[in-house]
Design a protein around this ligand. Structure first.
Ligand SMILES: [Ca+2]
Ligand SMILES: [Ca+2]
Length: 291
């Protein structure tokens, strides 16, 4: 055997061994290597494929992807349009319901103000009949709403003085027992107030214990029936803390109307304000009716 050929054979063996060694040493990488090769190696079919056909096939693949993207875009746009339309529709419904609620509130207030009010028109029939009068009446100067009589003072006094004035008239500073009563008073004050600060004392205080709100009849404030304005009660002590005891008496009213009836404010009890007194209506004894 020629010497050069021996050398060539040796080299070939050495390279073969080296590859074998590399295969052993990189056994953990073998998967990666194989994948890489399979990806980069064209398939038999691809190798035998006409280059022009390959370009056409690639082009059609790209085109189908575009079609899918366009369809998805159209579907997304349609979904957005539908959602926007639904939001607009819902907003219109909410506005309609709010308007409807306001109309109902106004009707209810009007109806309540007429409940049990006595007719001031005397029967003109020739022979009137005298009967028990189940309705209630209010003294002069008092307004009747929902079977109760309310007095809206004209003069301004401190909270305690206002309470004394109510008692002197046979009444008491108002205690608000229902949402309807709050609605009725809130609406009435809109007409009576001459400016934003022209608010009215009501019979609610926490002067006996900070944060323990009680009505003038000593009943505790029902926490499910409060109408505090935003940020109230804040027991403010003044710009320079000149009122260390804070605000312990409640006034109410918003000249322009209160949002959701919330128009209670705690204030300094010594501040002069107008006030709302209340007392039960005087029950009528007789009335004349015609047959
Ligand atoms: Ca207070
Ligand atoms: Ca306050």
């Amino acid at each position: 055997m020629p010497e050069a050929e021996v050398v060539y054979s040796d080299v070939k063996l050495a390279r073969g061994k080296k590859r074998a060694n590399e295969a052993v040493n990189t056994s953990t990488d073998s998967t990666y290597s194989e994948i890489k090769i399979s990806k980069t190696q064209p398939s038999t079919a691809e190798l035998s494929e006409d280059p022009q056909q390959a370009v056409v096939r690639k082009g059609s693949k790209v085109t189908s992807e575009r079609v899918v993207l366009v369809v998805l875009g159209v579907l997304l746009a349609a979904a957005l349009c539908f959602t926007t339309f639904e939001i607009i529709k819902t907003n219109k419904k909410v506005k309609y319901l709010e308007d409807d609620k306001m109309k109902c509130d106004n009707n209810l207030t009007e109806t309540l103000s007429k409940i049990k009010s006595c007719s001031t028109v005397q029967p003109t029939c020739p022979v009137p009949k005298v009967m028990d009068d189940p309705c209630s009446k209010c003294e002069e100067g008092w307004e009747q709403h929902g079977g109760k009589c309310y007095y809206f003072s004209i003069s301004k006094s401190s909270w305690e003085q206002s309470r004394d004035e109510c008692r002197a008239k046979g009444g008491e500073l108002v205690k608000i027992d229902s949402r309807e009563e709050q609605r009725l008073l809130e609406r009435r004050l809109r007409d009576l107030m001459t400016e934003a600060e022209d608010k009215f004392w009501i019979g609610l205080t926490d002067s006996a214990g900070e944060g323990r709100w009680v009505w003038v009849d000593r009943s505790p404030l029902d926490q499910s029936l409060t109408f505090w304005s935003k940020g109230e009660p804040d027991n403010w002590t003044g710009d320079k803390g000149e009122h260390p005891d804070g605000e312990d008496c409640v006034r109410m009213g918003e000249q322009g109307g209160a949002d959701d009836l919330k128009c209670w404010f705690d204030a300094f009890c010594s501040k002069p304000h107008r006030s709302i007194c209340e007392k039960a209506g005087v029950r009528g004894k007789f009335k004349k009716v015609c047959d």
